[in-house]
Design a protein around this ligand. Structure first.
Ligand SMILES: NC(=O)c1ccc[n+]([C@@H]2O[C@H](COP(=O)([O-])OP(=O)(O)OC[C@H]3O[C@@H](n4cnc5c(N)ncnc54)[C@H](O)[C@@H]3O)[C@@H](O)[C@H]2O)c1
Length: 344
């Protein structure tokens, strides 16, 4: 029976993996530790590893996995910006869950927008203290406003449908526009200038890192609302903080944060966190932060468990790896797969 090391385990992961693991010929061993170069040696005696978004899968971690005979890394997520793919090539096959529920993430993006705009986070706290004052709780109608969507893949398109349901106008930017979608594509600068609400749904790449920065913030409407459920480093957090302080940005809904990896998913309620930018953002009435939870629905967790174990099964059965990704695939489909359907 193949032994699989499951890193960064949380109770909600175990619920769904435990439900279906009997259908597979694997022994899953759950570790609470994140996969990093310091913990990679825990895979001694294992055949595969499962990791998540905030693990640090750098060259050293990859070499340690490979040295210990692990040939497959199954990411139980869609994004893969935390992997050194060049180091993994020829050493470690990497598979992922390309889609588990675009609805989960897109619905969370809209939930954050509604909460922030209609000040539900503040109203909830007020009424718990029998404070029924409405002062400071004024929002705006979404109907008739313009949503600017950056990245019109699976999640971006569901978000667009939701916005349309609210009677919003939608503009989008994507270097690879979806054909026959009826989406109005514009250049990034035009989107920044015209949108009342901007939602990020593109991956984190060299091109998209810090696409929200001082320069692009200056192009936006005064009072613009930003939503980021994609990856933290799409936004320069220091420059966003300045734009919120100056009033340029009217609200920020952030499910992801540039420096989240040492903080999100853990309880620091008995400590003073060291990240002053995050602490300042959290202190602001017009900032709403959730800790990378947009994916967290029953449907998404079930799909993640099923696809992750199927990916591992394909690997051990010597089959084509449908969800393999390497640095060449990442360059938008330039990977020349071997006759056995694998990247190397
Ligand atoms: N918060 C969460 O829990 C969570 C969960 C899943 C995914 N995500 C994030 O959401 C992102 C989008 O997921 P998806 O499933 O829709 O991915 P996808 O691959 O279906 O779509 C991504 C889209 O972004 C576009 N894109 C690429 N470069 C771009 C650029 N420079 N500018 C604008 N668009 C660009 C692509 O052409 C594609 O259409 C993921 O990369 C991941 O980072 C977050």
């Amino acid at each position: 029976m193949k032994k699989i090391a499951f890193f960064d385990t949380k109770p909600y992961d175990k619920i769904w993996f435990d439900q279906i693991k009997a259908d597979y010929d694997f022994e899953l061993v759950y570790f609470e530790e994140k996969l990093t170069s310091n913990t990679a040696s825990m895979v001694q005696g294992y055949d595969g590893a499962i990791a998540f978004v905030n693990d640090t899968i750098d060259k050293n971690a990859i070499e340690t996995l490979a040295k210990n005979g692990v040939g497959i890394l199954a990411m139980r997520c869609a994004g893969y910006n935390n992997i050194d793919f060049k180091a993994a090539f020829q050493k470690l096959h990497v598979v992922r869950v390309p889609a588990y529920s675009p609805y989960a993430v897109a619905e969370h993006a809209m939930a954050m927008l509604l909460c922030l705009n209609r000040k539900l986070h503040r109203a909830f706290n007020r009424t718990r203290e029998y404070n029924f004052s409405l002062n400071g709780l004024t929002g705006f109608d979404l109907h008739g406003k313009t949503a600017g969507v950056i990245g019109t893949g699976k999640i971006g398109r569901v978000f667009i449908d939701i916005c349309r349901g609210f009677g919003m106008n939608v503009l989008a930017f994507d270097p690879y526009p979806a054909k026959d979608s009826g989406i109005e594509y514009v250049e990034q600068e035009e989107l920044f200038a015209r949108a009342d609400v901007i939602s990020l749904h593109c991956p984190l790449t060299k091109e998209t890192a810090h696409i929200i920065n001082k320069k692009t913030l200056a192009l936006m409407k005064d009072g613009v609302v930003l939503i980021n459920t994609s990856r933290g480093a799409l936004i320069d957090s220091d420059e966003l903080l300045e734009a919120i302080k100056s009033g340029k940005v009217g609200g920020a809904a952030l499910d992801v944060y540039e420096e989240e990896s040492d903080l999100f998913y853990e309880d620091f309620s008995n400590t003073n966190i060291q990240d002053d930018v995050l602490a300042r953002l959290i202190s602001m009435h017009n900032v709403l932060i959730t800790s990378h939870q947009a994916f967290l629905t029953n449907e998404a967790l079930q799909n993640i468990a099923e696809t992750t174990l199927k990916n591992l099964e394909e690997y051990f059965a010597g089959k084509l790896l449908q969800n393999e990704i390497c640095y060449q695939c990442d360059k938008l489909g330039k990977c020349e797969k071997l006759p056995n359907g694998r990247c190397f």
